[in-house]
Design a binder for this molecule. Structure first.
Ligand code: NAD
Length: 339
């Protein structure tokens, strides 16, 4: 019997695994994979030397993929002419639209769990209801969780019968890299320069600034590292002294237990501060050092409360309550209970 010719449409988390799986079957031939954009999985396919031919879902998007240096072997229509069955692993709802094309070419298709059940003739599980899928044109797989626990329930059912099941699912919230679901177990990098560095130059135009921002999935404060080039070299001790004297800066010691963003959040709690608010930034003393004449250090920003003092300063300024800077900020500090 000649090999069954397979296409994978949607080369993402599931699609790339389906492509590998189909390739390993001795009685199947993967003709190629289809996607719509030069995604990371598509780029990785290219860097792996194109083990699978890539086709583009839409003719007008071929140039997007080719611009990324990735060869495209044709369109969805081209590959559909060559295959017997499609494994559709596009995001939920796209498979339903793709079904129209599969119907046009008279091709069978297997959809994944994100599609509505109505997309298929049979809601399918290889162990539990294989017979129902035989000869059908459109199958839809159960979701990942359902696929897994049906294996277990089915095996007990076939042995002794099952009357009732209660299922509690502790579900992973996102796959690695799923930034559209929020930052879950992810560090997301922004292009240089961060707007914060640009903003510094707007406020202090005499200083050149640039920098990188990486979003992290934490909620209790930012950590910033700074490399500050002074006009004249100062000793490390002088840097510590300058920072320590600033009323809105706390210089804290890692040796004393201030070794993280959360230690400062905790400490504000221990002080009984409302909502654990801290107006001061913290500089970790043991991070202060020199590289040539550059001063290097790390600070913690309590993002929810840090702008309160400067906002109140703004009231003083715009209302002309004080015309002397130090007089104004000192009053703000005093009323907010800072040094
Ligand atoms: P994904 O976003 O990782 O991949 C989908 C791919 O389809 C992307 O590469 C995207 O560029 C491509 N695509 C979008 N529109 C297209 C089109 N019109 N033609 C061709 N390609 C197109 O998604 P995924 O996580 O692999 O999910 C795919 C299906 O598998 C969904 O039904 C989902 O519910 C199901 N599923 C996902 C998981 C999981 O853990 N991620 C587990 C089981 C089932």
């Amino acid at each position: 019997m000649s090999k069954i010719k397979v296409a994978v449409v949607g080369y993402g988390v599931i699609g790339q695994r389906l492509a590998d799986g189909a390739t390993l079957q001795g009685d199947m031939k993967l003709v190629g994979v289809v996607d719509a954009a030069p995604t990371l999985t598509v780029r990785a396919l290219h860097e792996r030397g194109m083990p699978y031919k890539l086709f583009c879902a839409f003719p007008d998007r071929i140039s997007d993929i080719e611009r990324a240096g990735i060869p495209v072997s044709g369109t969805m229509d081209d590959i559909l002419k060559e295959v017997d069955v499609v494994l559709d692993a596009t995001p939920g709802g796209i498979g339903e639209k793709n079904k129209e094309i599969y119907l046009k070419y008279g091709k069978k298709a297997i959809f994944q769990g994100g599609e509505k059940n109505e997309v298929a003739d049979v809601f399918f599980h290889g162990y539990a209801n294989y017979e129902k899928g035989i000869g059908k044109n459109f199958l839809k797989l159960t979701s990942c969780n359902t696929t897994g626990f049906i294996r277990a329930v089915d095996c007990i059912d076939r042995a002794v019968g099952v009357e009732k099941v209660v299922v509690t699912i502790i579900r992973r919230v996102a796959d690695p890299g799923d930034t559209h679901r929020g930052l879950v177990d992810t560090l997301k990098v922004d292009p240089l320069p961060s707007h914060q560095a640009v903003d510094l130059m707007l406020i202090m135009p005499h200083v050149k600034a640039t920098g990188i921002l990486v979003h992290t999935p934490v909620t209790h404060g930012h950590i910033i590292t700074l490399v500050v080039t002074p006009k004249k070299k100062i000793a490390k001790e002088k840097a510590i002294e300058l920072l320590s004297e600033h009323p809105r800066i706390r210089v804290v010691r890692i040796a004393d237990g201030f070794n993280s963003n959360t230690s400062l959040f905790q400490y504000a709690r221990f002080l009984g501060k409302p909502r654990s608010d801290m107006y001061e930034i913290a500089v970790f003393e043991e991070t202060i050092g020199l590289s040539g004449k550059d001063i290097v250090f790390a600070i913690n920003i309590p993002q929810e409360s840090v702008t309160i003092p400067e906002t109140i300063d703004g009231v003083r300024a715009c209302m002309e309550m004080q015309t002397e800077r130090l007089e104004a900020v000192s009053l703000t500090n005093k009323y907010l209970g800072m040094r």
